[in-house]
Design a protein around this ligand. Sequence first.
Ligand SMILES: Cc1cc2nc3c(=O)[nH]c(=O)nc-3n(C[C@H](O)[C@H](O)[C@H](O)COP(=O)(O)O)c2cc1C
Length: 356
Amino acid sequence: MSVKIAARMPTFATADEVTDAARAALPDEVWEYVNGGAGTEVVLRRNRAALDALLLRGRVLRNVSSVRTDTTFLGIPLASPVLLAPIGTIGLFDSGGAASCARAAARAGSAAFISILSTPSLEEVAAAAPDAALVYQHYIRGDRGWTLELVRRAEAAGYRALCLTVDSPVDGLRERELRLRFDRGAAQAQPNLVGARRELQAAVTWDEVAWLADETALPLVLKGITHPGDAARAIEAGAAAIVVSNHGGRQLDPQPGAIEVLAEVVEAAGALEVAVDGGFVRGNDVVKALALGARAVLIGRALCLSLAAGGEDALVETLRRLRVETERTLALLGVTCAGEVAATHVIRADWATPPR
Ligand SMILES: Cc1cc2nc3c(=O)[nH]c(=O)nc-3n(C[C@H](O)[C@H](O)[C@H](O)COP(=O)(O)O)c2cc1C
């Protein structure tokens, strides 16, 4: 008896297969480093548990023969509402580093946030994928002149937006890294960081945000907002978008899961576009975020693990799988596009399903 195999089967058909392949490929300390969070890792678990505690509630007989997942974020056309999060140590997972993210984003119709801490340089990343929609993610680790130099470089290299990560005045207490004596700075080169002074990051206030918004014509995204009051401040300071994020549970611990605070932050954010990250691995997770008012979702660890499992091709597969899973969930909910998903499509479970 012969088994029929489709002409082009993906290497990894499910999220768990990617995780298993990454586990086998990564050295133990890198596996621990990427999967770790701050403190007792309550936030890390809570990001996932809170997603699992949200159930979907669909309607039937609604003609879902044609379902669309395409959308835009800051005017950037996207095949699906899934973006690649900035990962400073991306070079630990793929020798191409952030250039592999940029190429994968271009191939899958996504957009990639490129961390200031990553490798290769921000110009080399842009040159590696001229068609990619890229967002430059900055940390303020120098004076205004130092920041402006990097912003001008990102503008000149064709980046489409500027993201300032605001949840990291100091590092979270990463106990797994401490236990492993893991030195992130030494783990890879940081070509964009010349002349940086780490201690200046703690002094940043809303004044710097307003100044930055004035200085650049690029739309400004603030990543790491979890409080509605800060969403309101972001509007005043001239931001165009925010990312509701607790840095994947790697900074303030404990705090609520990202999806738990999403709806109230969206409400305060007015016309700002809102993306969210923290624990997203499947298409049905993405739909839950859409239902609570997000326009897009960022993947962090799922991106790292995809690169570790099979490089750029595996990351393209992950983005395509997330698009197909999102499409399937929308159809099962009885809606035909992201715009039709509403808060009425989710209910909170009394008990969370234990995450895998
Ligand atoms: C290994 C690693 C490195 C990260 N580096 C950065 C960074 O340089 N800048 C940043 O804004 N966020 C960084 N983050 C946070 C991610 O951008 C994102 O907010 C988080 O990973 C989302 O949660 P998830 O991993 O559960 O998807 C990093 C996260 C991880 C796991």
